[in-house]
Design a protein around this ligand. Structure first.
Ligand code: AMP
Ligand code: MG
Length: 391
């Protein structure tokens, strides 16, 4: 059994960006990851731009100016402007080359052909310099950046229409378990509702991985072998739920061994999620997640998400962590590291009731997982704790 740190290191070491790239339009690029640096083809703003509705001033040493014209947004002219002269100007309009400052209209009194300013302006006030945001030839967004809504807007402002991004990996979720039935039908004695496929699908979608299909298989060796063989061949990433423990009807490990996958690790000194299994076959990445729902989801956030992001080309792929102050007392029983469902509000963290790996209630309320290293045995109110922020 390996430590959490070792498992994270191996997950990192055995994943790399293997996705092909595609060229797509900027408006459709939300959540894709850039496969190349984007270099700005223009200065932005492309000209000196007024940041205010007001007056462009030919000089800044006086308080009274002759009003000699007007420039509005989109006007191509560059009217001349001398000392003691002002031009009416509007937000976004090109500032005349000779203007020393723009003064906002609220600070000006305008009367027949003249304006009087209440206070003197400083040089270049309210003028956005050419290239203030980015200069032609500078990197606007770098390779490995996920495109957000703001990113789409930003690329559009510099006139980019198409970008090269990494294809999203194809992901198969496989659920195992004879006891599982889909929600929507009555339960017979001994049955429970199948929750992991929808849950993992939700977790994947939340992080922008939408190329996902779900499969299920009975607790039966041959059936497990043949389904796994097929999906490992077809998908970039395979997430198996359940059947990876030591029970007589857990066939996933045996099937993966028979299929000659390269086992990277099996079993991590952690709670929940001890029987986590990580393997590769060719370019396919395989995680067998313990079937208990909270174990599955914890392992997803700690290991799978990071691997998926790395495979997909993210530069920044590690889970987001922070330090917060405990609002709770908690006594840790065993030697394993623990990940506890918790709620952070105003930098204080409350460890929630119901931490068993079979329970999702606390997870459904949590925004964080508290990480308790192996050596910690107790958490006291006021202790500083490391947490993983849930997406
Ligand atoms: P396993 O890892 O297959 O031994 O399953 C451990 C526990 O998780 C058992 O109580 C299973 O019934 C439960 N379980 C496994 N898979 C699922 C699933 N997809 N949805 C809900 N519970 C599951
Ligand atoms: Mg099972």
């Amino acid at each position: 059994m390996i430590s959490v740190q070792e498992a994270i290191r191996l997950t990192d070491d055995y994943t790399k960006c293997t996705q092909k790239t595609i060229t797509i339009t900027v408006p459709e690029s939300l959540r894709y990851v850039l496969a190349k640096d984007i270099v700005s083809p223009i200065d932005m703003p492309p000209f000196r731009q007024s940041a205010m509705d007001g007056y462009a001033l030919g000089s800044i040493e006086e308080k009274t100016f002759d009003l000699v014209g007007e420039v509005k947004a989109g006007d191509p002219q560059d009217p001349s402007l001398k000392k003691g002269e002002a031009i009416r100007i509007f937000t976004g309009a090109p500032v005349p080359s000779e203007a020393k400052a723009v003064i906002m209209q609220e600070k000006v009194e305008a009367t027949n052909g003249k304006i009087v300013v209440q206070e003197l302006s400083s040089l270049h006030a309210n003028i956005r310099p050419k290239g203030e945001q980015i200069k032609k030839g500078e990197v606007a967004l770098s390779k490995g950046t996920e495109i957000t809504a703001a990113g789409i807007g930003y690329l559009a402002t510099i006139g980019i229409t198409h970008i090269e991004v990494y294809q999203k990996p194809s992901i198969a979720i496989i659920t195992t378990g004879n006891e599982l039935v889909p929600p929507g039908q009555p339960l017979k004695h001994g049955q429970i509702y199948e929750s992991n496929s929808a849950m993992l699908m939700g977790a994947l979608y939340k992080s922008g991985f939408t190329n996902v299909t779900c499969h299920k298989v009975e607790d039966q060796y041959e059936a497990t072998c043949s389904l796994l063989e097929k999906v490992i061949d077809q998908y970039d990433v395979v997430l198996i739920s359940g059947g990876i423990s030591v029970g007589d009807y857990d066939f996933v490990g045996k099937a993966l061994t028979a299929l000659n996958v390269e086992e990277i690790f099996y079993k991590v000194k952690q709670k929940p999620g001890k029987p986590l299994y990580f393997a590769k076959k060719g370019k396919t990445t395989i995680f067998a997640l313990p079937g208990n729902p909270a174990s599955s989801l914890s392992c997803f956030y700690i290991y799978v998400l990071m691997a998926l992001k790395k495979i997909s080309g993210y530069e920044d792929y590690e889970p987001k962590q922070s330090s917060v102050i405990s609002d709770s007392y908690y006594s840790k029983k065993g030697q394993r590291a623990e990940f506890l469902k918790a709620l952070v509000i105003d930098e204080k963290v409350t460890i929630l009731d119901g931490q068993a790996s079979s329970m999702l209630r606390s997870f459904a309320l949590a925004n964080t997982m508290v990480y308790l290293p192996e050596k910690v045995s107790e958490v006291n109110i006021g202790d500083t704790l490391q947490v993983i922020n849930l997406p």
